[in-house]
Design a protein around this ligand. Structure first.
Ligand code: 1GP
Length: 249
């Protein structure tokens, strides 16, 4: 049975509950590290696994998703860098439109080409306004997407972009400084975006400490996504989950 993940995210937002998503890049984790990441995530009560990367160069996506499925019931949400990073074995798909950029291929073009396949997948489709924010150094996603990120001090551009995304009917906003960003998104920008939208807000990119994760939640993020930092130090999964969940009544 498929989860109704969006309803869950939305109800959690209404209740003021903050969630933690661990991002797994199928190219980066070997079998053993994947197993231990799953165990840590179960014990820490991680809310979601996001699976994907800007550049998945191996064919391990299916295998990674199946392994997670076998071991736990944490919902698996695909976070694809391209339309071929889709497997029906996951639970849901972040159906990303790169609204911070002006590359028509990533706003609508690739969606058109992959639409029949995406619909056929049976995945829960969650339309997302994806916003790249400058994280200090050029990231894989800004290079691959051939778009400029929103400058990190331009809070008005960020909030207007998010508002436009919401009014276009997108169901989530994802602010991303990019994987491994040297500077995560400034709290002030998260605060301003959260103030202007009602839909749930996902924040990720360059978050390396539990304090920063908590600070982002207090600024208005509903889901915190962490990949690189927990790959380097898996113990951070527990620390970050405790910090984020400590805000839930
Ligand atoms: C990247 O938001 C995610 O798209 C997570 O970034 O790997 O830097 O945690 P990190």
């Amino acid at each position: 049975m498929k989860h109704n993940i969006y309803n869950h995210i939305s109800e959690a937002k209404t209740a003021g509950h903050k969630a933690f998503a661990v991002l797994i890049d199928p190219d980066k984790l070997d079998e053993k590290s994947l197993q231990s990441t799953i165990e840590l995530a179960i014990n820490a009560k991680v809310d979601y696994f996001f699976v994907g990367g800007s550049l998945v160069v191996t064919d391990t996506l299916d295998k990674v998703v199946s392994t997670i499925k076998e071991k736990c019931s944490i919902p698996i949400v695909l976070f694809p860098g391209s339309p071929d990073q889709i497997t029906p074995k996951a639970d849901a798909l972040l159906y990303l439109s790169l609204i911070s950029g002006r590359n028509p291929e990533l706003l609508i073009g690739q969606h058109v080409i992959s639409a029949p396949f995406v619909r056929q997948s049976g995945l829960e489709i969650m339309p997302v306004g994806y916003m790249l924010v400058d994280g200090g150094t050029p990231t894989t996603v800004s290079y691959i997407s051939n778009t400029n990120p929103i400058p990190s001090n331009k809070n008005d551009i960020a909030s207007c972009t998010a508002m436009a995304g919401e009014m276009l009917g997108l169901k989530l906003i994802y602010m991303d400084a990019g994987s491994g960003a040297s500077r995560p998104i400034p709290t002030a920008m998260i605060q301003q975006v959260a103030k202007y939208i009602q839909i749930p807000l996902i924040v990720g990119g360059g978050i390396t400490t539990a304090e920063k994760a908590k600070e982002n939640c207090l600024a208005g993020a509903d889901i915190i996504v962490v990949g690189n930092a927990v790959e380097k130090d898996p113990a951070l999964i527990t620390e970050m989950a405790i910090a984020i969940h400590s805000l839930n009544k």
